[in-house]
Write a protein of this length. Structure first.
Length: 161
């Protein structure tokens, strides 16, 4: 049990101080630290540490430890906090009471889920595909309020003409 605890501490240290994009590199670094670990054990360790894959500033997928966030930074209707991320945002277009948000491949559902965590009076609902989120807005809703809301989730949010 002590070996596992030490291994988890070393793994936590490695993840906090180096970017890894695959488990083979993590295994190699653990081996260099004196731990001979099989891939299934590493997967369990990553799960125990609540490690997830996120995108770094350059858009590369890396393993990351959960971060501590000040709950006052976000206002959720659910008791969660969120990491600031770009959700693969590319552009947004408004037509009438519809807002179409284009994302990189595979990001739309996580962005729609993030939007759905908030109560926004102007937004009736959202629908997500693979790379597109459709927001249905109230008929005469305030588009500026929706833009302000979206900017809280996506600081780089803008509406294309």
């Amino acid at each position: 049990m002590a070996a596992k605890k030490t291994r988890l501490e070393v793994l936590r240290y490695l993840l906090a101080n180096k970017h890894f994009d695959n488990q083979e590199d993590i295994l190699a670094d653990l081996k260099a630290q004196g731990f001979k670990v099989a891939q299934p054990t590493l997967s369990r360790d990553l799960h125990n540490l609540k490690v997830s894959k996120i995108f770094d500033e350059e858009g590369h997928s890396i393993y990351a430890l959960p971060r501590e966030i000040n709950p006052e930074e976000v206002s959720y209707r659910k008791s969660k906090v969120r990491l600031v991320q770009n959700f693969g945002f590319l552009k947004a277009i408004v037509s009438g009471n519809l807002m179409v948000i284009k994302t990189l491949h595979g990001y739309a559902s996580s962005l729609a889920a993030e939007i759905d965590n908030y109560i926004v009076p102007e937004v009736i609902g959202s629908l997500a595909g693979d790379d597109t989120v459709l927001l249905i807005l109230k008929e005469k809703g305030d588009i500026r309020a929706v833009k302000d809301f979206m900017t809280k989730i996506l600081p780089q949010f803008n509406i294309s003409e």
